[in-house]
Design a protein around this ligand. Sequence first.
Ligand SMILES: [Zn+2]
Ligand SMILES: [Zn+2]
Length: 352
Amino acid sequence: MEVIEHPVEKLRSALRSTRNDLIQTYGQYSREERRLLEEGLLPGSPLFSPITVHSDSDWIPSHPESPQDFQSFYSNPYRSTPNNGHKTIYIQTIGSFGDGAGISEQYVEWLRAYCQAFYYGLKVKLLPPVTVASTGCSFRVNNNTHNLQLHAGELLSFLKKKKPRDAFCIVGITMIDLYPKDSWNFVFGQASLTEGMGVFSFARYDDDFYKRSYAGRLKKAIKLKPGDYSVFQGYYTPPITSTLLFRSCKTLTHEIGHIFGVKHCLWLQCVMQGSNHLEESDRRPPDVCPICLRKLQSAIGFKIADRYKALLLWIEEAPSSSAQHLSKPTEAFQDFRHWLSKCLSILEDEIF
Ligand SMILES: [Zn+2]
Ligand SMILES: [Zn+2]
């Protein structure tokens, strides 16, 4: 295992930048906010840790990228920023979610509310769900894993037509696996950053996906007819567990981060780290490091404490008393809850 430890000075300049105007806007953070951001950069910080590389199949050894500091993020003329007419993130679900009636809506509502807390200050809205058939996209059975897959690029073309005028971005989510082109095995997701849209699948976040007993494997080699979507009726979707919800929240917020122009994080452990496989995605924390936090904060304009409070509230919200509603499975979010409380205690330390 290799630990990627950057000198504190380097992290500090990645956070503050070297441009005078950006150093000045940095000075507009409150003293507590700066304390949180900067203490996080120190070795041994209880809040932020250095990135560890566990094997050659991890993201960093297999995808050499240059790190993006705050200044290079800020100066990128092609990145999209929410503005007055375009302040809403739209989520479009494609195909069925959850393994029973009612769960589908509930699950997607949890995801929506989580994204709204994460991108605090923006509205996140759900578009009415659509069936696979209504997207008109191509599909196939994967030769190795024998599960159904949807053509990601054609789903993006579908989303382009659905994108509301006031959208900052539109993200399609599905429990069905995706492929980008015939020669590829699969893809977790695909995005068009300039058009503010992306489509992502949670199929491979099912604990059973890589097992022979995976219930999404089609039993016999059936011949699919293009345009005959009946094979999707009653097709397997993963059981809704706390782990699946945690993984889905992390993936969705990571992918929307890219639409803001945030590149993969090479600074500290961060939800914006690249990931090559499930074990590596699980290792990444649910929130951003101080450098990526400044990127989001500058794009949206929230108070850092308000955002942490909203995330904490999402985790702690009392389960609905109505029997029709499931209570939110937040077991997998408990470490995050403690972490958020620690960050808030720094931000609210008025004695300092
Ligand atoms: Zn990514
Ligand atoms: Zn980061």
